[in-house]
Structure formats: structure tokens, C-alpha cells
Design a protein around this ligand. Structure first.
Ligand SMILES: Cc1cc2nc3c(=O)[nH]c(=O)nc-3n(C[C@H](O)[C@H](O)[C@H](O)COP(=O)(O)OP(=O)(O)OC[C@H]3O[C@@H](n4cnc5c(N)ncnc54)[C@H](O)[C@@H]3O)c2cc1C
Length: 480
């Protein structure tokens, strides 16, 4: 369904093969680096190579030799990457699978592979990008599936072909402003006149006309800055013909009535919004905890320091920001990636606040608290300090090279993805709390990516479609 919607909006994903310059960084010999900071490793040191981390971190001998870790840890790291040992010899493949799902990658490294503690420090935040927690809270089995080292001799089942329908596709399907372009195209199609143009290219620099969003003459009206605070059926939910929504706008509570309603917000707030729901459903909706994360964009005067150092991105275990990268080299619709290092460029910095050692959901709660209590000044200081220390050998000077900083905090970022280390073993998908929670209730249905426990746009679209279809069915309209 999500691909069909993209097509209907006019998004032809094949065009990204033209718009995204997959060769630029290779042509310029820019690789990935790892920055070891003195707070965690005793000294600041940047080492550079191309460990193709997304498929699992690997380091060459040359780089391992430069790492500021104990000599024994260097030997251990090479052993981890190069030897084929069955660390759970004697167990059947199924017993190994269960054991590795119930054990974190950190514990696997320390207890089974007997790695030096410094090796754990090197890998600790490699999972932040995808899980928003470190390897203390990600199961060893998932790490094996993603190609982390240590499993070559263990005869584990390979990932089945088809487990991931996008496997093998390059990571290039990216508008210059990310998925915001998809949202803008959706709005343009629903509220005529809200943005000029009609193509996936012209949306990139199009200016939205906010006045057109809530036009009484339009079939669809979008009202911004309106927080729903109470949703209830008018009468008995089993027989009611209407739903009443109370929302707050400009400090004033207002009411609207409708024949039905989709709650497409964070699922865990629904029990507060709609207390008349059955307790079992409310409990299921409250189960997940949204994942907090921060994307910081830093505009720099030029990116000559990256060129000089031979870098396109940096992994920083122990750093305030764990991943730092030049913006994606995508040019389309009048927006051009600054292909010359002399030009200003945007850097992307990732922080996923968490508290290692706690259960996964508690780490997310602690991270959200951190986001609420951290001032912009702290982010700014950390940006200047970390970029300065990482890039100084390339001539980077934070005082003159940083032109602008935008801190995007997402206290309720990714949907909770049912982390296997903390969830019942092999619970069928249909029994997950999100499935129980998303059942229609009277004239109310539930959408959002939370409703399927996967933090992806296609999931959000599919869940929205399902919820809308349920409403159509309530009204006796049959849809695909
Ligand atoms: C930083 C970041 C990067 C991501 N990158 C990718 C990516 O590269 N690829 C990908 O596929 N997915 C990505 N995702 C995930 C994807 O963006 C989400 O899965 C998708 O946006 C979820 O859509 P949604 O409609 O379910 O929820 P949301 O986009 O969270 O929308 C929910 C809306 O409900 C509103 N709301 C909440 N409570 C109320 C209330 N009481 N009253 C009124 N409104 C309310 C919120 O303000 C929000 O606008 C990313 C997410 C984040 C946070």
C-alpha cells in the first residue's frame, strides 16, 4: 500500500538513482573514521578507514593498531574478527538461537568470547543508529544477523532471503529534506492550493501556504496547533452515531463532532485521551515507549577539513554524538548538494540519549528526561567541542567554520520496535500489545507506526490505510 501511495503522489523512487550521487565520496576517496575521545579512551584520536559499519563493524589491522585501547584488547579484537570459533559448541542451532536472543551482544563478547572490556567500549554505541541503545540492550542474535563479528564459526541460520524486502537496495531514497517532502506532497494533494507545483521535484523548494490548510471551501481541512485532549462517543460506544473530540488551540478548548475518528497519535497517550476504552485495550496501548533521539544539523562554511582528512562520516564511541556525517549527496528540483568542498555544507549529528545498563524501555524514558532537561547551550557547546576535537587536524576551527546549528529533539521519535532481548521469546506477531491495542473501538480506530511496532514511514502509511479502511467498513463502504 505504501508504495502505491508514493506512486499516486507522483514519487518515482527510481529517479533517486539519478539524483543521489553514489560515487561522489568514493571519487574523492572519502572514508569512514572512528573518533576515540579522551573521556572514554584516555586520549583523543581519529583513525580512518572504511569499515562498512552498516553491515557490521570491521576494522583493518592497521586501524586496530592505532586504537588507544589496551594491547590485549587489540589482540582480542583481531581474534574476534578473524577466528572461526563456535562459542556455544554442544548446543543445537535452535538452542543457540534462543541463547543468543536472550543475551546481549555485550554479554556475549565478555562471557562467551572472553573479550577485553576495551573491545566492548569500541562497539558500545554501534547499535545507536538503529536501536537507539547500545550493545548492552541489543541481543547477540540480532547483531549476528546484521553481520557483527564473532559468529563466523557458530553455524547460525542465515537471514532468509525475503526477510527484508529492501535488502540489496542502496540507501539512496532520500529527499533533500528527508521524509518531510512526502508529508508535504500528501498535504498538497489533500488541500488544493497549499503548495505550488505537481511533481516530486518541485516540492523540494516549494513554499507552503499555511492559510490554505484550513479552508472552509475545501473537502479536507487541516488545523495546526490543535492538541486533542479528550475523545468520546456521543452515547453508548456500541450504538453511538458520533464521536466528540475536544481539542485545545491558542489556550482555548473547542469541540468538534464527527461520524468517526482515527487516533493517529502516539498510541501510549490514547488511554489518557479516550478513557472510555476497555481496560485491556488501554493497557495494550500503554505498553510501548517511544524512542527519543536528536538530529542536529550544523551548517559549516566549507567542508575542506573533511576532504583533507579523507572523511565522509565518523563513528564516535563515547562521544556526545555517536555518528557524524556529511549530508547525503542528493541534488534535485533546484536543490544542489554542495559538491565542491569549498562550498558551505550541512553536517548531520546523531545523539540517542539512553542509560546503559537499564532495561531498554527505561533507557528510553531516561533519554526523554534528558531531552526535556537539556538546554540548547549544552548542545551548542557539545557540537563545538566535539567537531573541534575531531576535525582539528583537517584545519577545522569551530569559531569560524560553524555558521548555524539546528537541534531537532524527538522526545517521541521512533516507534518502539519490540526489542527481543526484553520481550517474551517467539511471541507471535498477532499477540503483540500493539495488535491488541489497535482494534477498532466503536467509531474510533487507531493508526500511527506504533500500531505495528516498526519505526518506518511505510508502516505509518499502511497503518493509516488500515484504520481508514476500518472506518469505511463501519459505514458499509467496501474498499481494497
Ligand atoms: C528523526 C527520525 C528519523 C526517521 N527516519 C526515517 C527514515 O529514514 N525512514 C523511515 O521509513 N522512517 C523514518 N522515521 C520514522 C518515520 O518518520 C515514522 O515512522 C513516521 O513519521 C510515523 O508516522 P506516524 O504518522 O505514525 O506518526 P508521527 O509522524 O509521529 O505523527 C503523529 C502526529 O500526531 C501528533 N499528535 C500527537 N498527539 C496529538 C494530540 N493529542 N492531538 C493532536 N495531534 C497529536 C504529533 O504532533 C504528530 O504530528 C524517522 C523518524 C524520526 C523521528
Amino acid at each position: 500500500m505504501s508504495k502505491e501511495l508514493l506512486r499516486e503522489l507522483g514519487i518515482d523512487v527510481k529517479r533517486f538513482y539519478k539524483y543521489y550521487d553514489q560515487k561522489l565520496f568514493d571519487k574523492m576517496k572519502l572514508n569512514e573514521g572512528t573518533f576515540f575521545n579522551k573521556e572514554t579512551f584516555g586520549e583523543d584520536r581519529l583513525v580512518i578507514e572504511e569499515p562498512s559499519r552498516y553491515l557490521g563493524p570491521r576494522y583493518s589491522h592497521k586501524v586496530v593498531e592505532q586504537m588507544p585501547i589496551a594491547p590485549e584488547a587489540r589482540r582480542d579484537l583481531i581474534r574476534l574478527q578473524e577466528t572461526k570459533v563456535d562459542y556455544l559448541a554442544g548446543l543445537s542451532p535452535e538452542q543457540k538461537r534462543v541463547k543468543l536472543i536472550q543475551k546481549s551482544y555485550k554479554d556475549f563478547l565478555l562471557q562467551d568470547v572472553k573479550m577485553h572490556a576495551d573491545v566492548v567500549k569500541v562497539f558500545q554505541t554501534t547499535t545507536h543508529d538503529q536501536y537507539a541503545v547500545g550493545i548492552d540492550a541489543v541481543c547477540a542474535y540480532d547483531c549476528a544477523q546484521y553481520g557483527f563479528p564473532g559468529f563466523a564459526g557458530m553455524h547460525l541460520p542465515k537471514r532468509r532471503v525475503g526477510d527484508d524486502e529492501n535488502e540489496g537496495e542502496p540507501y539512496i531514497f532520500h529527499f533533500p529534506d528527508g521524509n518531510a517532502s512526502i508529508a508535504r506532497m500528501l498535504v498538497r494533494s489533500l488541500a488544493p492550493g497549499s503548495a505550488p507545483g505537481n511533481s516530486m521535484e518541485d516540492i523540494v523548494t516549494a513554499r507552503m501556504d499555511y492559510a490554505a490548510l484550513d479552508d472552509p471551501a475545501s473537502k479536507v481541512r487541516i488545523r495546526l496547533n490543535s492538541t486533542a485532549v479528550h475523545v468520546k462517543h456521543v452515547g453508548d460506544p456500541n450504538t453511538a452515531k458520533e464521536v466528540e473530540v475536544t481539542y485545545v488551540r491558542g489556550g482555548e478548548a473547542r469541540r468538534v463532532r464527527a461520524a468517526s475518528c482515527v487516533l493517529a497519535c502516539y498510541n501510549m497517550v490514547i488511554p489518557y485521551l479516550c478513557p472510555e476504552m476497555p481496560d485491556k485495550q488501554k493497557e495494550a496501548l500503554a505498553y510501548a515507549v517511544k524512542i527519543p533521539l536528536v538530529y542536529v544539523n550544523v551548517q559549516i562554511r566549507n567542508w575542506k577539513s573533511f576532504q583533507k582528512l579523507g572523511l565522509s562520516s565518523i563513528y564516535a564511541p563515547g562521544g556526545y554524538f555517536s555518528n557524524i556525517a556529511l549530508d547525503y549527496p542528493v541534488s534535485m528540483g533546484g536543490y544542489n548538494f554542495p559538491a565542491s568542498p569549498e562550498e558551505p555544507c550541512v553536517l548531520h549529528l546523531l545523539r540517542t540519549p539512553c542509560q546503559p545498563g537499564l532495561p531498554c524501555k527505561d533507557q528510553y524514558r531516561a533519554g526523554r528526561w534528558e531531552l526535556v532537561t537539556t538546554k540548547f547551550d549544552t548542545f551548542e557547546h557539545q557540537v563545538r567541542d566535539q567537531l573541534g576535537r575531531m576535525l582539528s587536524a583537517g584545519g577545522f576551527d569551530p569559531a569560524s567554520d560553524i555558521e548555524a546549528i539546528t537541534v531537532n529533539r524527538w522526545p517521541h521519535g521512533y516507534a518502539y520496535e519490540y526489542n527481543r532481548l526484553f520481550e517474551p521469546l517467539d511471541r507471535p506477531d498477532s499477540e503483540r500489545p500493539c495488535v491488541i491495542g489497535r482494534q477498532p473501538f466503536g467509531r474510533i480506530t487507531v493508526a500511527n507506526s506504533d500500531a505495528d511496532g516498526h519505526a518506518y514511514t511505510n508502516i505509518a502509511i499502511d497503518q493509516g490505510h488500515r484504520a481508514a479502511k476500518e472506518i469505511m467498513a463501519m459505514r458499509g463502504v467496501h474498499t481494497r
